[in-house]
Design a protein around this ligand. Structure first.
Ligand code: ADP
Length: 510
């Protein structure tokens, strides 16, 4: 590498405007802190092999020790800031650039200073030579150190390039075109065409992040060296190198922003997944806690269809044994019995699914039909003479979307509670109403009973809280869970009839 980059040196000394080996040494010492003597040896061997032993041969090992020491310190500083352990960010990029610039400057001052002190180089060339050394090492470190320390990113980068060959073709042809513009159209005094190199470099930073930028920058750097060797009159490499360091720094910052944004997106996704996982765990835990509730709920919810079923079957029995076995009421009664049995089975299955965490089965339904059929079996159970159940359901209501079995269970609970509440009433009245308010259907069950007792107001929807001697305190709690599970809302409201009122809000078909 030293040989390949030995371009436009100062008086044939190892002061060149491009020193990839500096980048390699820093990467090596970063990964292997005990590699100091290896670095010193590499420096000495490179100097002797490429430039031969100078008259002041002792200068070489002295410089080697100093430069290796400086880069050892730079590597320690990079490790301290954990520059390459973390995904690149603007902050780590700034730290990296500052450490690289300071290290390259110190090395430049030491190497050039030693040449000047030993009269190999005239003092007048000190600042020029330092500047050349500095930019050479700086570019070497900026381009090669992060690449060497992120070699594992290369296969991923190659895969990404394979996935977007068009982007690769664009960056490659853009780079070649930019180099041709600099060397074929530019002139020695004029570096204004350099900026076109920014286009492929920044494009690759945007598309592939830092590793993509670094590979492109190295490609451009090799192109520049090649061009300068072929057409030395076009531009002094050192001037190009200053522009190159600006390009690499801009690209590194952009690559860092791209990676930071990617990391932020990844983090946000991870957090979202964690939250939803936590929610799922919580839901599972609360379902488990309500497993006991399931047993009670089943006993509670199945009570009604079972009672109805038994009633229908008894009635059928009487009809069968009565004088006229051909009683025409027999068939419909048996049919109703079968319906109730099916309803019980439906409730059993759906409740089991609900407590097992499975989703409700949403379907469109006509709410009026559901309300009337559910009330019918409740009414059948309670044959009081002085009980009136009236419906206030306008025709032409839009369909609602919910789980049919859930709605039947909720509604049966509300009606049964109203029946219980009006038991002492001389003229019991239950009114079931439905009205559509835009996107919601509001179904209310009102009664003229005594209303919810003050002590029960805040406890209504809690499990196992009941004011009835034979109550279980399950109906409203289960009803609210079922309502929420299928996108509905259940709440208590006052009633114009003087008793209690419960309102169920269901989503209307869009
Ligand atoms: P349970 O009916 O087994 O007591 P619920 O959860 O269905 O369980 O009801 C809980 C309590 O809410 C009842 O004990 C009662 O105090 C009150 N409640 C429910 N509906 C009415 C109503 N229509 N009128 C008065 N109180 C009611």
């Amino acid at each position: 590498m030293d040989a390949g980059s030995f371009v436009q040196p100062v008086l044939k000394l190892g002061i060149t405007p491009w020193s990839p080996q500096a980048g390699l040494v820093v990467a090596f010492l970063y990964g292997y802190s005990r590699g100091f003597w290896w670095s010193v040896t590499a420096f000495v061997v490179a100097e002797l092999l490429i430039r031969g032993a100078p008259a002041e041969w002792w200068l070489i090992p002295v410089q080697a020790v100093c430069v290796a020491g400086i880069y050892q310190a730079a590597a320690a500083a990079l490790r301290h800031f954990r520059i390459f352990d973390l995904p690149p960010s603007l902050k780590t990029t700034l730290h990296f650039a500052t450490i690289a610039a300071l290290a390259a400057l110190t090395a430049g001052v030491v190497v050039v200073g030693s040449y000047v002190a030993s009269a190999v180089l005239p003092a007048s060339q000190f600042s020029d030579a330092v500047a050349r050394y500095w930019v050479g090492d700086l570019n070497g470190i900026l381009m090669l150190t992060p690449l060497m320390l992120n070699l594992h990113a290369i296969p991923k980068l190659i895969r990404a390039i394979g996935e977007s060959p068009l982007a690769f073709a664009g960056v490659a042809s853009g780079s070649i075109a930019a180099l041709m513009i600099i060397f074929l159209i530019g002139n020695p005094e004029d570096l204004r065409f350099f900026y076109v190199l920014f286009l492929p470099a920044l494009a690759s930073a945007l598309i592939w992040g830092t590793p993509g930028l670094l590979l492109t920058a190295i490609g451009l750097q090799i192109g520049l060296m090649f061009g300068v060797q072929r057409l030395p009159e076009v531009a002094p490499l050192v001037d190009l190198q200053y522009l190159m360091s600006t390009l690499v720094l801009t690209g590194l910052a952009l690559g860092a922003v791209v990676s930071e944004r990617g990391e932020a997106a990844k983090l946000a996704l991870q957090r979202e997944m964690q939250i939803s996982e936590r929610e799922a765990r919580l839901a599972r835990a609360s379902r488990a806690a309500t497993a006991g509730e399931l047993a009670s709920a089943l006993a509670h919810e199945l009570n009604q269809p079972m009672t109805a079923l038994v009633g229908y079957l008894r009635a059928s029995e009487i009809m069968m044994t009565a004088a006229n076995p051909q009683d025409t009421r027999l068939a419909p009664t048996l049919h109703k019995a079968a319906d109730e049995a099916l309803r019980a089975a439906g409730i059993l299955g759906r409740l089991r699914n609900f407590y097992a965490g499975r989703d409700p089965q949403l379907e469109e339904m006509d709410i009026g039909t559901v309300l009337k059929s559910t009330t019918e079996s409740s009414r059948w159970r309670d044959r009081r003479e002085n009980l009136t159940i009236s419906f206030n359901i306008p025709a032409g209501l839009p369909a609602v979307v919910a789980d049919r079995v859930f709605i039947e269970v909720i509604f049966a609970n509300l009606v049964n509670n109203a029946l219980d509440a009006t038991r002492e009433q001389s003229d019991a009245l239950i009114v079931v109403s439905a009205r559509c308010t835009g996107k919601l259907m509001e179904v209310t069950v009102d009664d003229n009973g005594p209303g919810v007792s003050p002590t029960m107001q805040s406890e209504l929807f809690k499990t196992f809280v009941t004011s009835k001697p034979d109550g279980m305190g399950i109906g409203l709690a289960v009803s609210r869970s079922l309502a929420q599970a299928c996108g509905c809302e259940l709440e208590a409201c006052g009633s114009e009839l003087g008793g209690a009122g419960f309102r169920l809000k269901l989503p209307v078909r869009a």
